[in-house]
Design a protein around this ligand. Structure first.
Ligand code: PEP
Ligand code: MN
Length: 333
């Protein structure tokens, strides 16, 4: 249930509502909005009796929230959330572009790619230091050394950094270096990692598991938000289907479903969705055209020699073309 406060309600009145919710045995989380504050009740199994809450000072009305993901739901938060990191706004009017290699391989590689993607118009640099690889024999990433390289990238280029934490033992160090902490598809239901991410001081980019329904994905986001971190960016990266000509299947309609069900921003990763560099530009355009808040795309200056995912990595000139094509969609409806 959502307890909607009057426009003029004071902070003390909001606190009194939260205290009463706690007396009833639940938790109350204050959700400030542009015009008024609401308090979301969590921890209840069924409908909550509102007769103790409605008479409290400052309370306007109560609304039943039908979805199990309360904090993530658009029922709780009508306006779309914008996550602002420095000058970069994710979920705002303009789509954000996050680009870089699959993995940080060396300082030279990361800096070369970072300068190129910055020059062409990216705002965020992506690159894994801890890599969740399907094979234990594949390159696993440089670990903390990779994070230090990413710090250099930020310093030299001014780009924000998104990089992955693969478990609860490395999220702490990732948090120190990253501007956005990525949780990968394989970890979407790693609940100890999600809970730890809920205590992080940085926004979380939560990828959709490749066999996850939209509801399961939104519940994973709820884990993070219920622990206190409200800065969650969803990332559609393709799901497993019987289509066998692409690495995964980009679920374009997921963007529409997420926009309908949730206030959180959503970006699209066409690289892991398709596994094919020649599909990246059209898929990115499709994603932006239906309302995605940005893209996360793999770019490498020398894809044939990339240590991971070279086959789906754009050449820098293709990335420049992608930026041009996205620019022409800016006035999308
Ligand atoms: C990645 O973005 O580097 C990655 C490993 O992606 P995913 O978790 O979507 O497979
Ligand atoms: Mn990759």
């Amino acid at each position: 249930m959502l307890v909607v406060m009057k426009n003029e309600a004071t902070e003390e009145q909001v606190r009194a509502v939260i205290r009463e919710i706690e007396n009833l045995g639940y938790r109350g989380i204050s959700i400030p909005g542009a015009e008024r504050t609401a308090v979301c009740i969590i921890g209840n199994q069924g409908p909550v009796e509102d007769s103790h809450l409605l008479p409290l000072d400052g309370v306007k009305e109560t609304i039943q929230v039908t979805k199990p993901y309360k904090l993530v739901s658009r029922e709780t938060h009508l306006q779309s959330t914008i996550i602002a990191i420095g000058d970069v706004k994710i979920g705002g009017k303009d789509p954000v572009v996050m680009a870089g290699p699959c993995a940080v391989e060396s300082a030279e590689q990361a800096l070369t790619i970072a300068h190129l993607v910055k020059q062409y118009g990216a705002q965020v640099f992506r690159g894994g230091a801890f890599k969740p690889r399907t094979s234990p024999y594949s390159f696993q990433g440089l670990g903390e050394e990779g994070l230090k390289i990413l710090e250099k990238v930020r310093k030299e280029t001014g780009l924000l950094i998104v990089t992955e934490a693969t478990d609860h033992t490395n999220i702490e160090v990732v948090e120190q270096y990253a501007d956005i902490i990525q949780i990968g598809a394989r970890n979407m239901q790693n609940y100890s990692l999600l809970c730890r991410a809920g205590h992080a001081s940085k926004p979380i980019l939560l990828k959709r598991g490749f066999a996850a329904t939209i509801d399961e994905w939104l519940m994973a986001a709820e884990y993070i938000m219920s622990e206190g971190n409200t800065q969650v960016i969803l990332c559609e990266r393709g799901i497993r289907t019987f289509s066998d000509n692409t690495r995964n299947t980009l679920d374009i309609s997921a963007i529409l479903s997420v926009k309908e069900l949730s206030h959180l921003p959503i970006v699209v990763d066409p690289s892991h969705a398709s596994g094919r560099r020649e599909y990246i530009i059209p898929l990115s355009k499709a994603a932006i055209a239906v309302g995605a808040d940005g893209i996360l795309v793999e770019v490498h200056h020398d894809p044939p020699h990339a240590l991971s995912d070279g086959i789906q990595s754009l050449y820098p000139e293709q990335f420049a073309e992608l930026i041009k094509e996205i620019g022409s969609l800016k006035d999308r409806v």
